[in-house]
Design a protein around this ligand. Structure first.
Ligand code: SF4
Length: 324
């Protein structure tokens, strides 16, 4: 399998400063802390976690909007992030969270879709049109949409335009940062179904960031669970949803509403607030909320224990059964 994106020991720390002129450093926020993973061609890796878990910082580091404090990002075998060449950058596209602000209101849909082709290719007007029209149809918009402006569309339609813009150059990697969270629930399902169709049609390689377990379940092949900047668990989707190992993953799943009223009430397990990232726990980051926390958990950060078959969990409970 070809590795499209390789992330190794990635770190992003922000100093927290105080005092007059903010000269005194009183701590550090570890927004992304020793995160490693590999994304292979044709698969979608879902990154899940509550707000503040570092998933958005992670995608900003990959696309080069932020500079990492440490670690490596390689895209198509070359250094990525801020050091990316313009040619390489073009092969990575992003679908943003907010379809209302991510499209330039002064540009017609035609110009929005032609812009990436104008910047990155030397296509003639006819070639651009040949590229755009089928894509427009695939995202479910009529040809007349080309003449219109973003304000003339609903949120769901704008996100369809955003997806078409991201796909128009045929990118090797698509970064999706909460692409449906700003939409109504009924529209979310339509956009996710569209995304599934496009995944199959174009064999997309995608990093899909979301706080919503049901969204992640819908779109991912593999899943990475993050908490306070760290990877808690990673597995293929089936294993993660049918046999989660990490207490945090289990708690996240129980917090997902279940429509069946005969099943027990849910949402009770994930108690307490996420600790302030400035004063993150010393050992396991989840130790302040975990029902299984012991002395060791508070003192020592658990490594990601390899449970076999691509499944790994950062929890001391698995120290014995891990595949070494
Ligand atoms: Fe809970 Fe300890 Fe495992 Fe952390 S290491 S998730 S505190 S049991």
């Amino acid at each position: 399998r070809e590795a499209v994106l390789e992330v190794e020991n990635l770190q992003k720390y922000y100093p927290v400063k105080k005092g007059l002129l903010l000269q005194r450093e009183i701590g550090r926020v570890r927004a992304v802390d020793q995160v490693s993973f590999c994304l292979y061609r044709g698969e979608t890796l879902g990154v899940i976690g509550e707000s503040g878990c570092g998933k958005t910082t992670l995608s900003r580091l990959i696309i080069g909007l932020e500079q990492p404090t440490g670690g490596e990002i390689r895209f198509l075998g070359q250094p990525a992030g801020r050091r990316m060449s313009a040619g390489l950058r073009q092969r990575m596209q992003m679908v943003f969270q907010d379809p209302y602000s991510s499209l330039d209101p002064r540009m017609s849909v035609r110009r929005i879709l032609e812009e990436p082709l104008r910047i990155h290719t030397r296509m003639t007007a006819k070639e651009k049109r040949q590229k755009i029209l089928p894509l427009l149809e695939q995202v479910g918009l009529p040809e007349e949409a080309l003449k219109k402006y973003p304000h003339e569309f609903s949120g769901g339609q704008r996100q369809r335009i955003g997806i078409a813009r991201a796909l128009v150059t045929g990118p090797d990697l698509l970064l999706c940062d909460e692409p449906v969270s700003a939409l109504d629930v009924s529209i979310q399902a339509q956009v996710l179904n569209l995304f599934r169709q496009l995944q199959r049609r174009y064999a997309l390689t995608c990093l899909f960031v979301s706080h919503d377990m049901s969204v992640i379940r819908h779109v991912s092949d593999r899943v990475l669970v993050m908490y306070l900047g760290q990877v808690m668990e990673t597995a293929d989707k089936k294993t993660l949803f049918e046999a989660p190992a990490h207490p945090y993953t289990k708690a996240l799943m129980q917090a997902v509403p279940v429509p069946d009223p005969t099943r027990p009430a849910v949402g009770a397990v994930l108690e307490g607030e996420i600790p302030s990232p400035i004063h993150a726990p010393e050992g396991c980051p989840f130790s302040t909320r975990c029902p299984h926390a012991q002395e060791r958990c508070r003192a020592q950060r658990p490594p990601l224990y390899d449970l076999g078959g691509g499944h790994a969990a950062a929890c001391h409970l698995y120290a014995e059964e891990a595949v070494r």
